[in-house]
Ligand binder design. Structure first.
Ligand SMILES: Cc1ncc(COP(=O)(O)O)c(C=O)c1O
Length: 309
């Protein structure tokens, strides 16, 4: 296969059946987003956001682009902005792994690191994100840049409604009983679930939250520090849509890191912590169903190369 531009390699990821980590009666499938060009599911969103911004004139050729990111949105934007010829600056909490800074710089992005407010290295909290967002907005204003605003930008949900959802439905169709995914901005869960529900009356859409920061499930946060970087910041994201969620499964840090490790050792999938969270939750759901016809799909959100441990 020959392609003319790296953006042609975004989307249409393989769907893998996980047969070693889950040996029960049902079927567990996962989208391999960790092999996207920027190393994560956010490449889909980056491409949609930049295309949409060009289409309605918010972004012009050569104009700088700025975003607050935990690293993945930034890597996606670095890839896409590079292809479109727009300089890109990522504003990031210093609590995210140093590997992410390296990747962003290698992909041609400028990186501004913002000190943490309440988190610690590897554990980024809502206030850390809010501070990084404040800095990103200030820089965007000063430099006349296009500020992407992933938490409020509707292109995020649109990207998953028009790509991840159809890709899953084309592969699994009416066999699919449940879609399970963790929440950062909510784009993956809301967009994919919205599409799947438009096609199937029986599909259940189940969100994943950290056990002690399950704000959507329980309305409260016992401990905002968890290991699932890039997700669950202790507040309900602005584009959250209760109408597409059927249930919420919570996972502990231990379950997440054990599952992440097993994905590498048993399945050959070197992925990050949110992939561990998704697969741990999917296995819990399948074990509850205990049924030969059950078919569950989830997301391997990003590559393990983005983490120190
Ligand atoms: C590692 C990781 N996993 C999962 C997600 C969740 O994606 P979404 O923003 O679509 O909810 C993100 C978001 O940035 C992420 O960085």
């Amino acid at each position: 296969m020959t392609i003319k531009n790296i953006t042609e390699h975004i989307n249409n990821t393989p769907l893998i059946e996980l047969r070693k980590i889950y040996k029960g009666k049902g079927h567990l499938y996962a989208k391999m987003e960790h092999i996207q060009p920027g190393g994560s599911v956010k490449d889909r969103v980056a491409l949609q956001m930049i295309r949409d911004a060009y289409a309605d004139g918010r972004l012009l050729k050569g104009m700088p682009v700025i975003e607050m990111t935990s690293g993945n949105m930034g890597a996606g934007l670095a890839v896409v902005c590079g292809a479109f010829g727009n300089p890109f600056t990522a504003v990031m909490s210093v609590g995210n792994s140093p590997e992410r800074v390296k990747i962003l710089k290698a992909l041609g992005a400028d990186v501004i690191l913002v000190p943490q407010i309440s988190g610690e290295p590897g554990k980024v909290t809502g206030p850390d994100i809010a501070k990084a967002e404040e800095v990103a907005k200030e820089v965007a204003l000063k430099t006349d840049a296009f500020y992407v605003d992933q938490f409020n930008n509707p292109s995020s949900v649109k990207a998953h409604y028009s790509t991840t959802g159809p890709e899953l439905f084309n592969e699994l169709g009416e066999r699919l009983n449940a879609f399970i995914a963790i929440i950062g901005t909510g784009g993956t869960f809301i967009g994919t679930s919205g599409y799947l529900k438009s096609k199937s009356k029986s599909v259940k859409c189940i969100a994943v939250e950290p056990r002690d920061a399950a704000i959507i499930k329980t309305g409260r946060v016992i401990n905002p520090k968890h290991i699932i970087q890039g997700t669950s910041y202790g507040y309900i994201p602005p584009q959250w849509d209760d109408s597409v969620v059927d249930d919420i499964i919570t996972v502990s840090d231990d379950e997440v890191s054990r599952t992440k490790e097993l994905l590498g050792k048993a399945e050959g999938l070197f992925v990050g912590f949110s992939s561990g969270a998704n697969v741990a939750a999917a296995i819990k759901h399948l074990e509850q169903l205990d049924n030969y016809t059950s078919c569950v799909a989830t997301i391997l959100c990003d590559t393990g190369f983005k983490y120190s441990m």
